[in-house]
Design a protein around this ligand. Structure first.
Ligand SMILES: [Zn+2]
Ligand SMILES: [Zn+2]
Length: 339
């Protein structure tokens, strides 16, 4: 069972690292940076200052500047999962006479996903510049709490429209800023959130469909071999009826790569599925991730007057259908509509 424990620890690491990277990337003082600063402070007498500087430069480059590292990692992981699926699972499933349509479904999802991945990373999310700032200033009303009228961005010196935010990674203000996604190496804003949602939906479906196919294949193997009806002899020479732990161990030894991949795509399905549900909740209530995060802070503050009346009130919701429409066809300034 040593391998099983190691595998479960690996899964736990994957489970923790995915939201860790998703939630803390793109923030000015991200958790990894603060952690690195604290650690280097503690070891400042042992670690040479040159090494400390190098660590901070690497972290800054990873999390605070646009780079392709996570895009490459994303493509490598996708290639590894699809490589293993095509090389082993696909062939075994064909031998077991699985439906061809069922087997080709992950490839269809992959095609759609790659298309939306490119769209998401190449589309301008709604970058605000001095020349186009007037187009965005009147799209949304200022709520006077989260977004104040007449505020100028201290970095790019544009007048900040309501619902915009300066992205420290892209070094620009973005219209209806949601978050900066390291996996597509772009900001998610008003003009590419629809692409991001399809990308997220297909990515979750890819992981889930491969997990379902692989699990079905392994269950079929167990059923067809009548494994559960057998017995095994332990180290002391005693005979026991086959149980679930024995089956898992046996499958590990027979199909190690397949079981390893199944664990990975299962964890990924849970993490991505949860994030997709959160993203859909934000769409239906017309909030961005940035606004949701800020609103939780306002609700906690007892000194602010609006918290006495039940917390921050979202003024941007236009009903479920209106909110969905706003994602599909982003709102533009009234001036532009008239043209
Ligand atoms: Zn800015
Ligand atoms: Zn960005």
């Amino acid at each position: 069972m040593d391998f099983l424990i190691l595998f479960l620890l690996y899964m736990l690491l994957v489970l923790l690292s995915i939201p860790f990277v998703c939630f803390y990337s793109g923030r000015k003082q991200s958790f990894p940076s603060r952690l690195a600063t604290s650690v280097t402070k503690v070891f400042s007498y042992v670690i040479p200052s040159r090494v400390q500087g190098a660590v901070q430069r690497v972290l800054r480059r990873l999390f605070h500047s646009r780079n392709c590292l996570f895009m490459v990692l994303h493509l490598v992981l996708e290639a590894l999962v699809y490589g293993e699926f095509s090389w082993e699972v696909f062939g075994y499933c064909q031998e077991l006479q699985f439906s061809t349509l069922f087997l080709l479904f992950p490839y269809f999802l992959l095609t759609v996903n790659v298309g939306f991945f490119i769209l998401c990373s190449r589309t301008n999310p709604g970058t605000i510049t001095k020349s186009n700032q007037a187009l965005f200033l009147h799209v949304y009303a200022y709520d006077g709490v989260m977004f104040e009228k007449g505020v100028e961005c201290s970095t790019c010196k544009v007048r900040k429209p309501a619902r915009s935010k300066h992205c420290g990674v892209c070094n620009s203000c973005v219209h209806r800023f949601d978050h900066h996604c390291v996996w597509v190496n772009n900001c998610i804003g008003a003009f590419n959130i629809r692409h991001f949602l399809v990308y997220l939906l297909t990515l979750t479906s890819m992981a889930a469909s491969i997990a379902v196919l692989t699990a079905t294949f392994l269950i079929q193997v167990v059923i067809l071999s009548n494994m559960m009806l057998g017995h095994y002899t332990d180290d002391q020479g005693q005979e026991h009826p086959v149980d679930a732990f024995f089956v898992i161990q046996h499958l590990f030894l027979t199909f190690p790569r397949v079981v390893f991949m199944l664990g990975f795509v299962t964890v990924l399905s849970i993490v991505l599925g949860s994030y997709l549900c959160f993203a859909l909740y934000l769409i239906l209530t017309n909030q961005t991730s940035n606004e949701w995060f800020k609103s939780t802070k306002y609700q906690c503050s007892c000194s602010e007057p609006y918290s006495r009346h039940g917390g921050y009130k979202n003024i941007y919701s236009r009903g479920v259908w209106g909110n969905i429409t706003e994602i599909v066809t982003p709102l533009m300034s009234p001036e532009k509509k008239k043209r």
